[in-house]
Design a protein. Structure first.
Length: 94
């Protein structure tokens, strides 16, 4: 039984490692996303008012999902976060 569990865990870890890290609105900080030009372009496309706000840089340690609760632009909707998440998932993170 231990060998079977070990084999399953190894397979999962290997699959995740081979796939490489990805970007996400739930797990990656805004700072991480803004450092990557492709991810930054996605955010700027979907969140033009948010990303151009001078206070946006103060949120670099938070995720988009977290700051959605403080949204004053109306851009951080569930629908928009879903679109951003899909586009980010297609990128391979550094």
């Amino acid at each position: 039984m231990k060998q079977l569990i070990s084999a399953i865990v190894f397979s999962i870890v290997s699959a995740v490692t081979l796939a490489g890290p990805t970007y996400s609105v739930k797990e990656r900080t805004i700072g991480d996303l803004m450092k990557d030009p492709a991810a930054r372009a996605i955010l700027e496309k979907h969140l033009p008012s948010t990303t151009s706000n001078a206070q946006f840089s103060m949120a670099e340690g938070f995720t988009l999902e977290f700051i959605a609760g403080f949204d004053q632009t109306g851009e951080l909707t569930e629908d928009n976060l879903g679109k951003i998440g899909q586009e980010l998932a297609a990128l391979k993170a550094d």
